[in-house]
Design a protein around this ligand. Structure first.
Ligand code: G6P
Length: 610
């Protein structure tokens, strides 16, 4: 979603701003803009479409300066056009960029209009610009004006403000949308995500909720929500990947699919002994908490929600305690019941999803015994606000459609279920040792699945003209079927639905004809015989089945049944392994259909508004 970059330096910073925006492109956006103070005036450039358009405009009419702000906008209030793109101005003095949504903007807009302010956009952000300009007239400093203005706001913001009359300083404020400060030598930077600043610094400091700060070249002055001065040091970033490079791959998504063996090795590293999971991997208090826990509530959105659904099968079977799973946007607005000694788990690749974060904050008031997040971004809001955090170590994921973030989440969740089973002694020690061994095999099993790429590319041709696809699975493969359907619809724009195969007769069977491909996820497990009956029901009605199956599943290729052999050595790890061919299928279908694979239309990588 929206991205922010800001800089105050002695050198020209326009190129740094553009490069920062380029690095945030993966988040999803529909327009981009920047403003710098140039020869005492604020100069601005905005363009609809890609950052490349903005860069082209800058090459045609160069602007430069030592202080500036920049933004990629994902439209919420007002369509994606140049007037609505950030930065927004007030009286050619105040310029701001903003992530988040101001909920009471309509009331404020009317008030400002009655005071003579003219609006040139449909955005909620322009209201903030005018409010700050208004307060600036009666305050000593820009910081004070921002403080006063933000007190009037309801909603979420991460914002950077520039004052044409103060070319030495930017002011930043954070409430609900992340901001990070980066320190160079005699220069400072700001961004909504560290990735934007990796070419210029590795020294970072996150702003906490409710904080505002003055940022000048050599100094940062932070005030907390109560106006007290905050002392905090910059720290060396642990972000390992410089995500800017696709390497030999045509798309980031494909690169990330192929990175999965490495990512999962990283997830496992140092967290397994010969025959057990290191329980402390989930936090220092985990050994005590995981022994005591009597039930689990998992909250997530999108792909992370599918990981949560698989975890429910694992936790209930292996730990024998109830596990509830719910979509964050539902959970946060519902009156729910928390049973004593429940653990709250959030799952999120970004750590910034607005609904998941709101659910965590609600959970903290609800009396859970503790909160744990399974997350891929160190220092993100979910990590900082949860009692315990398990970092998935997938490395930066740039493709909007989540791949390695998902399989590393699953790996972490299987480790969690195993750690709980260990702590509560619900599985025999030999079984635990065997699962640990199976966890270690995941990277090599994924390598085997990746070797099927060519086969899958060939069959993907058969999907490209289709309007719809149905995915079927049973047990813990049902959420994997859901994830397969989500991937296909996200990047190829083919309508795809997943059903638990047992539900076929209760509706979807009516859709089956020769134009409806049906993808079945069929590893050899105790449900495979049931699945075979479901497949016969489809075949009898002329449907074309594409079945991802173990050799041991003993499903024969026949009229109407194409088998794609895939091998998972254990039923525990099968959901992780069988995800991979489904990722490859959606990738190849999308490539043939010619869609924007890494940045599919209308979608965002990090959904920081609800
Ligand atoms: C967006 C992304 C998805 C992701 C979902 C949840 O929709 O495009 O890939 O699964 O948000 O995000 P999270 O960061 O919380 O996992």
């Amino acid at each position: 979603m929206c991205g922010i970059v800001g800089a105050v330096a002695q050198r020209d910073i326009a190129e740094i701003l553009i490069e920062g925006l380029r690095r945030l492109e993966y988040r999803g956006y529909d327009s981009a803009g920047l403003a710098v103070i140039s020869e005492g005036q604020i100069a601005r450039l905005r363009r609809v479409g890609k950052v490349a358009e903005l860069q082209k405009a800058m090459e045609e009419a160069p602007i430069d300066g030592n202080i500036g702000i920049a933004h990629t906008r994902w439209a919420t209030h007002g369509e994606p056009n140049e007037n609505n793109a950030h930065p927004h101005f007030s009286n050619d003095r105040i310029a701001i960029v903003h992530n988040g949504i101001i909920e009471n903007y309509e009331v404020l807009r009317e008030e400002l209009k009655s005071q003579g302010y003219a609006f040139s956009s449909d955005t909620d952000t322009e209201v903030m610009a005018h409010l700050i300009e208004r307060e600036r007239k009666t305050t000593e400093s820009l910081l004070e004006a921002v403080l006063k203005a933000t007190q009037l706001l309801e909603g979420a913001y991460g914002t950077v403000v520039m004052d044409q009359q103060n070319p030495e300083q930017l002011v930043v404020a954070r409430s609900g949308s992340p901001l990070v400060l980066g320190k160079g030598i005699g220069e400072m930077f700001i961004a909504s995500d560290q990735l934007a600043l990796l070419p210029v610094t590795r020294q970072f400091m996150f702003l906490e909720e409710g904080e505002v700060a003055e940022v000048s070249r050599r100094e940062v002055r932070i005030l907390d929500a109560n106006g007290a001065l905050v002392e905090r040091d910059f720290e060396e970033s642990s972000v390992q990947h410089d995500a800017g490079d696709k390497g030999q791959f045509r798309h980031f998504m494909m690169k990330e699919i192929f990175e999965q063996p490495t990512s999962i090795s990283n997830t496992l590293e140092g967290r397994l002994t010969n025959d057990s999971v290191v329980v402390e991997s989930f936090g220092n208090k985990a050994p005590e908490l995981l022994t005591k826990v009597k039930s689990v509530q998992i909250i997530a959105c999108g792909t992370s929600y599918h990981a949560a659904m698989v975890a429910k099968y694992w936790i209930e079977a292996m730990v024998q305690i109830p596990c509830q799973v719910e979509i964050a946007s539902e959970y946060r607005y519902r009156k729910s019941v928390v049973v004593p000694d429940s653990l709250f788990i959030s799952i999120s690749q970004s750590g910034e999803t607005a609904d998941t974060l709101a659910a965590l904050r609600l959970a903290k008031e609800q009396g859970f015994m503790a909160s744990l997040t399974i997350c891929n971004v160190p220092g993100s809001s979910l990590v900082r606000e949860s009692d315990m955090a398990f970092m998935t170590r997938a490395g930066a994921e740039i493709g909007v459609a989540s791949t390695k973030a998902f399989t590393t989440q699953l790996t972490g969740l299987l480790m969690l279920a195993t750690a709980m089973a260990q702590s509560k002694q619900t599985l025999p020690a030999e079984e635990i040792a065997s699962i640990v061994d199976q966890l270690r095999q995941i990277p090599s099993e994924i390598n085997e699945a990746l070797a099927m790429d060519k086969t899958i590319e060939d069959i993907s041709e058969e999907f490209t003209e289709k309007e719809h696809t149905l995915f079927l699975g049973r047990g813990e493969q049902y959420p994997i079927a859901m994830e397969g359907a989500l991937k296909l619809k996200e990047i190829s724009y083919i309508h795809a639905e997943a059903y638990a195969a047992g539900e076929l007769k209760h509706g979807p069977l009516a859709l089956i004809d020769q134009d409806m491909p049906i993808v079945v996820v069929a590893p050899n497990n105790d449900l495979v015989e049931k699945l075979k009956s479901n497949m016969e029901e489809v075949r009898a009605r002329g449907g074309q089945l594409y079945v991802f199956a173990d050799k041991e599943s003993e499903i024969n290729e026949n009229d109407g049944i194409k088998i794609i052999h895939c091998s998972a050595k254990s039923h525990y790890t099968a959901p992780i392994i069988f995800t991979v061919p489904l990722q490859l299928l959606s990738y190849h279908v999308a490539v043939i259909r010619g869609t924007d694979v890494d940045q599919p239309r209308n979608l965002a990588k990090s959904v920081t508004v609800e």
